[in-house]
Design a protein around this ligand. Structure first.
Ligand code: HMG
Ligand code: MG
Length: 298
């Protein structure tokens, strides 16, 4: 038994493109985001205000944010790692600020160059400043289901980080299977524990499909009453730790499954496929099953 309404957050323009080896031309990103804005989606993560040397693929975040056509029914969000990032995000009036850190000490250090303990006060101040600017705040927790350096992650660590993020005012938590190692039984086990402490409405799931388990994981999360999921058009993204592997859970595959189950998302599948076909000209491989089927039919 599951809810018949699910909210999907499109992360392709950020999580998808940050893992592409080539930078997609800015004008193409803008055109593509405009297509996504017309798909019925309520949320698009358009870029990252991180250091351009760390993620050069998204160094045009300011220009993208300025030039896209904003649909009033869409929340336009971006990743923000620190106060410099927030300044840049506020300059272009981003609607929602997405904080991020890792449940793994090693991954956090490699990703944002700080220990978890040193990251939290930075995020707290970004959260406070975002609220002052009337922005909603999202908090990503990475490597919840496993880390490329440390392996298994203790769920108590995840709970402690989630608790701190909520205390600093974060409106929603996104639990990341950053490298796509989660299996359905593990998702059940982790959610069982997390839901003892946090209301299901505060949780979103961010699955990567590296090993083909993302949809199965979604199904389990639905059973636990979770109705917020992140996904990327065409399964963009790949995985920096597994060359050739699938990327984020594909929005088109997620829509295929949910819509046929009678779940309402408000998103038009046809528009998402068109957006996937558009961005395909600029990226290496789209891994979604919908795109593979489409190509085999051509
Ligand atoms: P750092 O080098 O430690 O930064 O990087 P710093 O504070 O020491 O500053 C060094 C210089 O960078 C300074 O300039 C700053 O002004 C500048 P200088 O004085 O030397 O000329 N700087 C900035 N410039 C532009 N924008 C900024 C910014 N901040 C500092 N925001 C930092 C620390 C966090 C900035 C860096 O490590 C970084 O940008 N990391 C981002 C990495 C990233 O984006 N990773 C991928 C996203 S996370 C993810 O994908 C997981 C997720 O999808 C969920 C899941 O799947 O689990 C979300
Ligand atoms: Mg991700």
């Amino acid at each position: 038994d599951f809810s018949n309404k699910v909210s999907i957050k499109e992360v392709g323009p950020r999580d998808g493109l940050q893992n592409e080896s080539e930078m997609v031309p800015t004008d193409a990103k803008i055109e593509w985001i405009n297509m996504l804005s017309d798909s019925g989606t309520s949320y698009i993560e358009i870029s990252s205000f991180v250091h351009p040397k760390w993620i050069p693929q998204l160094k045009d975040a300011t220009e993208v944010a300025k030039k896209i056509k904003r649909n009033p029914n869409v929340t336009y969000a971006a990743l923000v790692p620190n106060s410099t990032g927030l300044e840049r995000a506020l300059e272009v009036n981003i609607d929602e600020v997405c904080l991020f850190l890792s449940a793994s000490e090693t991954h956090n250090k490699k990703n944002i160059n700080k220990s978890i303990a040193d990251t939290l006060p930075v995020l707290e101040s970004v959260s406070t400043e975002s609220k002052k600017a009337n922005k909603t705040v999202r908090g990503y927790v990475s490597t919840v289901f496993g880390c490329p350096y440390e392996g298994d992650i203790d769920t108590d660590k995840v709970i402690s980080i989630c608790d701190k993020l909520l205390t600093m005012g974060v409106d929603e938590l996104s639990l990341g299977d950053t490298i796509g190692v989660a299996d359905p039984a593990q998702v059940a086990k982790v959610l069982e524990e997390l839901l003892r402490y946090f209301p299901k409405e505060k949780l979103a799931m961010h699955f990567h499909n590296t090993r083909g388990t993302a949809l199965a994981n979604v199904l389990v999360a639905l059973d636990y009453g979770i109705t917020n999921f992140d996904s990327a058009v065409g399964g963009l993204g790949g995985c920096p730790y597994a060359k050739g592997a699938s990327g984020n859970l594909a929005t088109d595959d997620l829509l295929y499954m949910l819509h046929r189950m009678g779940v309402v998302t408000g998103i038009n599948e046809k528009n998402i496929i068109e957006a996937a076909l558009y961005i395909e000209k600029y990226v290496k491989n789209l891994s979604s099953n919908q795109m593979k089927i489409l190509k085999s039919e051509r």
